[in-house]
Each structure stands twice: as C-alpha cells, then as structure tokens.
Design a protein around this ligand. Structure first.
Ligand code: SF4
Ligand code: SF4
Length: 196
C-alpha cells in the first residue's frame, strides 16, 4: 500500500498552464508593479548600512576580535609557551617558539619558559575563541578590537609586537567583559581553576 507524500512546508504551489493574456505577455504591468514595490521600500525602509568608520555598528559585549597576549599585574608576560592554544586551534593559525627565561629576566616573563616567538595568522583564524578557552595561564584573550584590513598577505601574520599588550598600565587591554564575575567564580572550582 502506497502512502501519499506529505509536503514538508506549505510553500508548494500548483503550476498553472493557462494561456497568458495580452497584458501578461507584454510584461509591462508586472514590471510597473515591481517598480512600485522597489520605490515603496526606497522611501520607507530604514537603511541597513552604517557610515563606517565615522559610525560604528553596535557590537556584542563578548565580540571575538583581535587577540591580546596579557601581562600580569607586575607587567610580566603571562604566556609560558605551553602550546595548548596552538593544539586547540582548529585552523592551525598559531605557531610559537619556546625559550627558557634567563637570570635577570624575571621581571619580563612570569614563568621559567616563555614564547620568544608567538604568531597568529589572522587569515587562517576563524575567531572561535578556543585558544582563549584552552589557555591555562589566562594569557590569551580575544577582544573587541578589529583586525585592520590590508592589501598584502604577509601583514596578517601577527607577531608579539602586535599581540602583547603594552607595559604602560594605562594602555593595557581591558578583558573584564570576558572575565565576568560568573566566569571568575567558575574558575574558582578546583578542577577548572587556572594558574592565575
Ligand atoms: S580564535 Fe580560534 S581559530 Fe583563531 S587562533 Fe584562536 S583557536 Fe585559532
Ligand atoms: S597563550 Fe596560553 S595556552 Fe598559548 S602557549 Fe601561552 S600559556 Fe600556553
């Protein structure tokens, strides 16, 4: 016994093979009707475009834009070149070279190991935030800063000079929108706690 096919949506229409009238064959009324709809939208619908860069589109509080490599309260780089962010990255956008901290460099690097080279290929990055989630040192965060455009490929490989935040406390990059009280409370749990 065959079962009748049920339509998945209500959008299907019966095809009509009836002969077109003269008015339908010259198409002009249909074109005029279409133009009326276009004109109506031209004068009544609010523009969806913004006059960037003078005007900025409102962004989500947790917009995932350009990364920052954070320093700690004493200005030392937090990253210890463990490579977890690179392993977590689905786009294989992160590369780094680890180095050992030498005597006298304790004020520069927080841990005994640090990244002498740390690069993110912004053309590969899909801004998923997995690197931020994987980092056990709270060293990397995505921010609401936009990656500037360019005509060349090479400038899109961002090194430490682009990624590490400035030493000047007044120029530090604020990540408190991502480190909300709820997130910090979550990290207090021993099994999820980060080495802060
Ligand atoms: S945001 Fe995602 S794609 Fe971009 S570097 Fe981090 S893990 Fe890789
Ligand atoms: S940013 Fe974090 S996860 Fe990546 S290498 Fe540095 S410490 Fe490890």
């Amino acid at each position: 016994m065959s079962t009748a096919m049920q339509p998945l949506t209500q959008r299907s229409r019966q095809v009509s093979n009836k002969k077109m009238s003269l008015m339908e064959r010259i198409y002009l009324p249909a074109i005029a009707k279409g133009m009326m709809i276009t004109l109506k939208h031209f004068f009544t619908v609010k523009a969806a475009t913004v006059k960037y860069p003078e005007e900025l589109r409102p962004m989500s509080k947790v917009y995932r834009g350009m990364h920052v490599l954070k320093r700690d309260d004493q200005g030392r780089e937090r990253c210890t070149a463990c490579g977890l962010c690179a392993v977590a990255c689905p786009a294989e956008a992160i590369t780094m070279v680890a180095d050992e901290r030498k005597k006298g460099e304790e004020k520069l690097y927080r841990e005994e190991k640090y990244a002498s080279i740390y690069e993110i290929n912004m053309l590969r990055c899909i801004f998923c935030g997995d690197c931020e989630d994987a980092c056990p040192k709270e060293a990397i965060f995505l921010t609401d800063r936009l990656v500037p455009t360019d005509y060349q490929r090479r400038p899109f490989v961002y090194g430490k000079e682009w990624l590490v935040e400035p030493l000047d406390p007044s120029l530090r990059v604020d990540v408190s929108k991502r480190q909300t009280p709820e997130v910090l409370k979550f990290k207090e749990q021993r099994q999820y706690s980060h080495n802060r």
